[in-house]
Unconditional design. Structure first.
Length: 182
């Protein structure tokens, strides 16, 4: 057993990314399956599930409900990919060779995925606000959710991922130059 295979941090990272990837797949699949259910319920095609108890969101705006579920499915699919890329980086670090062009590409893709997740999350938040006002019939006086400085953490994470991608790209190029000189 090599030293890197005993590394508790790498082992827990692999386990956690597998768990998060599995959860993303499971929840994403459930949410995706709900899309046709919402369409069928909104068109009164599933007796027993619709009718008088159809639900405020579906009754107020079935298109918005489908849009919310679709956006949530996209977010979960992006997170599935994100955790897969992260696990691949952890595996390569465990093998002792993290500074590879592949890991630089993975980090770059992870940055774009995370940026996409955060943009979609803002859209989901706006759509939820719209639907809530429809369901509550404007009882909330159209108050937009509060913004906090902590909401900027996503921007920081994306910047860090892009910087790490450049560092890994540079490290891989340096490693290639060193192999050429030996």
């Amino acid at each position: 057993m090599t030293e890197s295979s005993k590394d508790a941090l790498l082992l827990s990272g692999k386990l956690l990314t597998k768990l998060l990837q599995g959860a993303s797949a499971l929840v994403g699949g459930i949410v995706f399956i709900l899309i046709p259910v919402v369409v069928l319920v909104s068109n009164d095609m599933l007796p027993g599930l619709g009718g008088a108890n159809k639900g405020g969101v579906i009754e107020a705006s079935p298109v918005s409900a489908v849009a919310l579920l679709t956006l949530m499915s996209l977010i979960l699919a992006a997170l599935f990919q994100f955790f897969g890329k992260l696990r691949a980086i952890i595996v390569s670090a465990g093998e002792g060779d993290p500074f590879t062009p592949e890991n630089a590409k993975r980090l770059n893709v992870m940055a774009w995925l995370f940026l996409g997740v955060k943009i979609l999350a803002v859209i989901v938040g706006g759509l939820r606000f719209y639907v809530k006002n429809l369901v509550d019939k404007g009882a909330d006086n159209g108050k937009w959710p509060d913004f906090s400085i902590y909401d900027l953490d996503a921007v920081l994470i994306v910047i860090v991922l892009f910087i790490l991608a450049r560092i890994f790209r540079h490290g891989a190029a340096m490693r290639a130059d060193l192999k050429g000189t030996v």
